[in-house]
Design a binder for this molecule. Structure first.
Ligand code: FAD
Length: 641
């Protein structure tokens, strides 16, 4: 049967990529259908119930700045928040939250069900409708055909998914969910370049069987005993700590020599070491058997016992992801302090699945081979909820732009971590599941969590992703930051009006001539709050009076302070950005015949021919394409080649 309504955008898959894709397309006014296996699993976290972290938190804030759901849902579901790297510079500070997985799913589902222009439908998608070289819809398991102008595929770990526990394995999308076998076969038929990857998860433990008195307590930020008690961090720029549910601690235990011995004793039944698993796993997030094998000299690893929610006893032991046989899992868990009597609720496992080479995508994440078909999330070789959400929003908005007949939006590497993610995938592809790190961003001083809204919300508004409430909130903040920065620059402190004691207290020494407050704020050791104690009409002269910032105060002061402290570095980085932008703007003709570019090596020619970069900037980041080759290309372009 053909469903009577034709949609602008069909999104297949209701995970983190799919939900953001569907919400984005619908926010942009496109009639959107989200087709997913099971409405109960919308927004489900397949692995640990935690959002954010270094690099990942940056992506969540960017999704939020563009009107997305992840940060808002985390604010409603977060049962422990921490600011990681809080003692380091603002560029690498990152928010991480432990979420109640039930509250998280409920928040995502509520947002989806209340989103205008968006319909949900529960059913496995087994086939794509393709006419000529264009996708025109999707067909479900029961033969129901839905037509659409674009399709965004976000099938996660489900494509031909296979779960491994010891030497046993079975087909599944993740524990408890069916795999997408027919769809995988159909994609293979379409000859899109694909491979296999794997990821894993630890066994879950019943908290009633944990002896917490033998573990170390780890309170979150803002909690009694934690950093900054009384001040809970928030994720969304629209967020409010009052939305957070009750906060709870995590706990820490350790592996020991006995644990490692048990793990080694299971190597001969490990699907990884016996070659049952062929897919490559994430190097930075290894299974515990991989860690013991690779770092044989370490006799202990820290294991975080993380609560999965407020209404469950289930705990996630972060650090012991494993696909060893169940008897080994039970013994290794019980060898650790506090877990001597642990009851395992769910076994750990590894899963292998199909992914598609992201180098076969256009920069909008539309596949080169099939017009109108977009890929986002784990299917592109990434791992992580945050990476998936960011890509989902990106593919959803570009599908919507295509429906509107507009050009794609692709953020630059100096604009957003999303730009780094997209560009890395397009130019480098993946050799292992890709996750975001701050070290991937060369312009990270300006790509901070704190200014994600300043970087992206205006674009989000222009694209139609940002609603009136967010726009109003953002505009007030942006204007207040501009006014306060201007006021500091036009407020002068004269040494004649400043007693030496005051100068010593606030500035650490006397000032020799007149300075404005902004320049004084740039000095090491001078902070906004103490500087304001000079700003009382007696010590300063200003044409502009101080305004009350109200609920915006913290965020405005943060922006003004960072702008002052880092202005020198940021200005220097801007020069680099401008140089890099020159290459990004030089487009390489789609039909360029690289064999005609004089003096290029055969290897470089083959790489360029294969990847067909869209700009000289993209070409420069393909591995093996040397600066010399870029110069040759530049000369060729200048000659009109
Ligand atoms: P998913 O969250 O997998 O969602 C896919 C959605 O698509 C599901 O709703 C599914 O039902 C639906 N779907 C699939 N095929 C079809 C179809 N044919 N028809 C209809 N619906 C379909 N990430 C980390 O960062 N660190 C980790 O340690 C980690 N460990 C993991 C361990 C395991 C066992 C698993 C399964 C995942 C792990 N992940 C980890 C990855 C993380 O879960 C994913 O990166 C993230 O969920 C990807 O989001 P996604 O939206 O792309 O796909």
């Amino acid at each position: 049967m053909l469903y009577p309504q034709e949609f602008d955008v069909i999104v297949v898959g209701g995970g983190h990529a799919g939900t953001e894709a569907a919400l984005a397309a619908a926010r942009m006014g496109c009639s959107t259908l989200l087709l997913t296996h099971n409405i109960e699993t919308l927004g489900q976290m397949s692995c640990n119930p935690s959002i954010g972290g270094i690099g990942k938190g940056h992506l969540v804030k960017e999704v939020d700045a563009l009107g997305g759901a992840m940060a808002l849902a985390t604010d409603e579901a977060g049962i422990q928040f921490r600011i990681l790297n809080s003692s380091k510079g603002p560029a690498v500070r990152a928010t991480r939250a432990q979420a109640d997985r039930i509250l998280y799913k409920a928040a995502i589902r509520r947002m989806l069900e209340n989103q205008p222009n968006l319909s949900l439908f529960q059913q496995a998608v087994d086939d794509l409708l393709v006419e000529g070289e264009r996708v025109v819809g999707a067909v479900t398991q029961m033969g129901l055909a839905f037509r659409a102008r674009t399709v965004v595929l976000t099938a996660g770990t489900f494509l031909d998914g296979r779960i491994h526990v010891g030497l046993q394995n079975y087909a599944a999308g993740r524990a408890g969910d069916p795999p997408a076998v027919s769809l995988s076969a159909r994609l293979k038929e379409l000859q899109l370049p694909q491979g296999r990857l794997k990821t894993g998860t630890p066994p879950r433990i019943d908290g009633r069987s944990i002896d917490f008195s033998r573990c170390q307590e780890q309170p979150g930020d803002g909690m009694p005993g934690g950093v900054n008690p009384g001040h809970l961090p928030v994720f969304s720029f629209m967020g409010n700590a009052a939305l957070h549910p009750r906060q709870v601690p995590c706990w820490i235990t350790h592996t020991n020599a006995r644990t490692h011995e048990i793990i080694r004793s299971g190597f001969d039944r490990s699907p990884m070491f016996t070659g049952k698993i062929e897919g490559v796993g994430p190097r930075y997030c290894p299974s515990v058997e991989d860690k013991i094998n690779r770092f044989a000299d370490k006799d202990s690893h820290q294991i975080f016992l993380e609560p999965e929610g407020l209404t469950t006893h289930e705990f996630y032991p972060n650090g012991i992801s494993t696909s060893l046989p169940f008897d080994i899992q039970l013994a290794l868990v019980r060898s650790m302090d506090g877990l001597e009597n642990a009851h395992i609720l769910r076994p750990g496992y590894a899963i292998e699945y199909d992914y598609f080479d992201p180098r076969a995508l256009k920069s909008s994440f539309e596949t080169r081979a099939i017009a109108g078909l977009f890929f986002a999330g784990q299917i592109n070789g990434t791992t992580g909820y945050e990476e998936a959400a960011a890509q989902g929003l990106f593919a959803g908005l570009n599908a919507a732009l295509q429906c509107r007949g507009e050009v794609p939006w692709v953020p630059a590497r100096d604009e957003a971590y999303l730009g780094v993610l997209v560009d890395d995938l397009l130019t480098k592809g993946v050799t292992e599941p890709y996750r975001m790190f701050t070290s991937r961003a060369e312009f990270r001083l300006q790509l901070r969590e704190d200014n994600a809204d300043m970087r992206l919300t205006e674009t989000g508004r222009r694209l139609g992703l940002v609603d009136d409430a967010r726009w109003d909130h953002f505009s007030r903040k942006r204007d207040a930051v501009a006014r306060e920065t201007e006021r500091l620059k036009s407020t002068w402190v004269n040494p004649r009006n400043l007693p030496a004691s005051e100068s010593e207290r606030v500035l650490g020494k006397a000032i020799e001539h007149e300075y404005n407050l902004f320049d004084l704020l740039r000095r090491p050791g001078v902070d906004y709050a103490s500087l304001m104690s000079l700003d009382d009409g007696r010590h300063v002269s200003s044409a502009v009076s101080r305004e009350t910032l109200g609920e915006l105060a913290d965020s405005v002061v943060e922006q003004v302070e960072i702008a002052a402290k880092y202005s020198g570095y940021i200005d220097r980085q801007k020069d680099e950005v401008q140089r890099a932008a020159h290459y990004e703007q030089l487009r390489l003709p789609a039909e360029l015949d690289y064999s005609q570019v004089p003096a290029l090596s055969i290897e470089v020619r083959q790489k360029l021919q294969k990847h067909r970069p869209e700009t000289l900037g993209q070409a420069s980041r393909i591995s093996g394409v040397t600066p010399a080759a870029i110069s040759l290309l530049l000369v060729h372009l200048k000659k009109g080649g």
